[in-house]
Write a protein that binds this ligand. Structure first.
Ligand SMILES: [Zn+2]
Length: 198
């Protein structure tokens, strides 16, 4: 199982707070490949955070069988973050987190932008149900009397460390610190007495 965090950024013109709408039917789209044989699934896969494959508590949001090796993989949404991309962050091309996934036997290769996004103009006009499937958005804001646009969309996948690996690394670090302290102590002692510390 690999944990991924999906982040995105875009260039915003006279717009701020770009994020998925709060509609529970908002759907995330991905291109995925099989974690076993590497076969790329031909269909774009849709993940709906509010929909699970069954009623059990740990049920994944999606189960898919590889057309090539027939291995079954699953995707579970662990956190639907939807942090808004502000104008300031977009200026620096900073990415904001969208969603967190646990992927078992499937690897995401591309995030596909769809519809149902929202943003507001600097003048305060709300734009609802923005369709980003063409990769951009162009409108005119009557209130602010200026053009508004979204372009250069970019999504990235960040592999998150498992808790176990994090604990191990922390332990390794503390061992190293311990060793460094000891060797410093030994050196100091050697200087003082001219003899080596047992
Ligand atoms: Zn496969």
């Amino acid at each position: 199982m690999v944990k991924y965090r999906v982040l995105f950024t875009a260039d915003l013109q006279n717009l701020t707070d770009l994020k998925p709408s709060s509609d529970p039917t908002f759907t995330y789209y991905f291109k995925m490949k099989c974690g076993n044989c590497g076969e790329l699934a031909k269909k774009v896969i849709s993940v709906l955070p509010s929909e699970k494959v069954d009623d059990s508590r740990n049920a994944p949001n999606l189960v898919m069988k590889c057309k090539f090796c027939e291995r079954v993989g699953s995707v579970t949404v662990t956190c639907d973050i939807r942090e808004p991309l502000t104008e300031a962050r977009s200026e620096f091309r900073n990415s904001v987190p969208l969603i967190q996934l646990d992927c078992k036997g499937l690897d995401p290769v591309e995030f596909v932008f769809g519809n149902g996004w929202k943003a507001k103009s600097i003048a305060g006009t709300k734009f609802e149900d923005i369709d980003l499937s063409d990769g951009e958005f162009d409108e005119y804001d009557e209130k602010g009397e200026c053009p508004v646009s979204i372009s250069n969309l970019c999504a990235t996948f960040e592999v998150m460390m498992s808790e176990m690996r994090e604990k191990r690394l922390a332990w390794d670090r503390s061992m190293l610190e311990h060793q460094q302290k000891w060797s410093a102590l030994l050196k100091a002692r050697k200087k003082e007495t001219g003899s080596s510390f047992p």
